[in-house]
Write a protein that binds this ligand. Structure first.
Ligand code: ZN
Length: 414
């Protein structure tokens, strides 16, 4: 039996949600646990309750919206994402994953389909991290990476704690964080990059998330007069930084696979002046790769290049590794289910790694997990201009529907 979602209805609900906290240029502005975010949540809950689903809210405001199965004693098969946005964010980032889940529930309701396992639509609190740092804090808490207490005491710029914001929004729930256990978790999301669009592919079956390592670097030389100081006496910290950046760029650009990514996103010169040789600079280095061993090798190369650049310009280098996020590999069973679903749509798709973090990354620590991507125009996201076509949204939702049904109807194994 084929169960076909209604792409038109999905599009209407996406557009209706976008009108909650609309931003001036056609995007959405729903920072976590603000009045706008709460209104978006209430809109969703109303839609779900109208088709007989029930809501539970955990202590950090994660919503678990259940559609009963034949065997409600079994762990649910879950899907979902987030409804909060960046300031002046887009209409699709996160929202698509939630409303596609809603569309699946509505379709099953219309067709009178009851799955073996219950289904659960999850809305994770504060995914974006723009009101309360860090990003994905609530799915991380669900997965046991952060304690509920530490999450509740995170503060926004005005000193309001996440706990206070939950109370004010009416979404301070009672369910212990970490409940319910999930049989599996599938998240549909826009790609937020250009790969699918560039290759004319409609679906990405996401097999994992690339690893990241962040460094704070200080290079210390000697400030000196730009005129009288001969080149060979200089200890130019900025020149050493430039050498390092250039070497890292060259290395990454020659990786034909495109899997090596290096970024120096900030660079500050101490007491900059046009006629002073820079004595001290601070920069950040962001290294990424899809294979943990290659990421390790990339770090070793970075350390060699840093030492060589420091040596060449007579400066002292200090590098501190401040953050590590290992390569995440999603669950093979979930990936395969999504690949079957992608193939069933008769469109071109690819297996790919995600370049960005998502709630699914944390959830994958405690439940079998995988993700689906659809293209977004020009790879643009975190921007009011973010756009995914109705056709691609529907394809993604249909693939999600197929995978959820397959998983929720699997015979229980011993
Ligand atoms: Zn997102």
């Amino acid at each position: 039996m084929t169960v076909s979602i209604d792409g038109q209805r999905l599009w209407s609900s996406l557009m209706a949600m976008a009108e909650v906290g609309p931003s001036p240029n056609g995007g959405s502005h729903r920072l976590a646990l603000t009045e706008e975010d709460a209104a978006g949540r209430r809109l969703l809950i109303g839609w779900c309750e109208a088709i007989g689903c029930t809501l539970r809210v955990d202590r950090i405001g994660n919503l678990f919206i259940r559609r009963r199965g034949k065997r409600d004693d079994l762990d649910p098969v879950a899907t979902g994402s987030h409804l909060d946005t960046q300031p002046k964010g887009g209409r699709f980032d996160g929202v698509l994953g939630v409303l596609a889940g809603l569309e699946v529930f509505r379709t099953l309701h219309d067709q009178g389909v009851v799955t073996q396992r219950p289904l659960e639509l999850v809305v994770w609190t504060n995914e974006e991290g723009s009101r309360f740092a860090p990003a994905m804090v609530a799915s991380g808490t669900y997965a046991g990476v952060f304690s509920a207490e530490s999450t509740l005491s995170r503060r926004d710029r005005d000193g309001v704690t996440l706990g206070q914001a939950l109370e004010a929004s009416g979404f301070a729930g009672e369910m212990p964080v970490g409940e319910p256990q999930l049989d599996a978790f599938f998240e549909l999301h826009i790609e937020q990059g250009p790969v699918l669009e560039e290759n004319g592919e409609a679906i990405g079956v996401v097999t994992g998330v690339q690893g990241m390592r962040w460094f704070d670097v200080t290079l210390r030389g000697q400030p000196s007069h730009a005129g009288p100081t001969p080149m060979r006496y200089r200890r130019d910290a900025l020149a050493a930084a430039a050498r390092l950046i250039d070497r890292l760029q060259s290395h990454a650009m020659t990786d034909a696979s495109g899997a090596t990514k290096v970024t120096c996103g900030t660079l500050e010169i101490d007491s900059p002046s046009r006629n002073v040789v820079p004595g001290e600079v601070h920069l950040t280095v962001d290294l990424r790769h899809v294979v943990e061993g290659e990421l390790e090798a990339l770090q070793a190369l970075y350390e060699r290049e840093l030492a060589a650049a420091a040596e060449a310009f007579g400066v002292k280098a200090d590098s501190e590794r401040i953050w590590v996020s290992p390569v995440v590999e999603f669950d093979v069973g979930c990936i395969d289910a999504l690949e079957r679903a992608a193939r069933a749509q008769g469109v071109s798709y690819r297996r790919m790694m995600s370049g960005a973090g998502h709630d699914a990354v944390y959830v994958s620590r405690v439940a079998p997990t995988a993700m689906i991507f659809i293209p977004c125009r020009d790879g643009v996201s975190h921007n009011e201009a973010e756009y995914a076509s109705p056709e691609h949204c529907a394809l993604g939702a249909q693939a999600l529907c197929d995978a959820l049904l397959e998983r929720a109807n699997l015979e229980e194994s011993a």
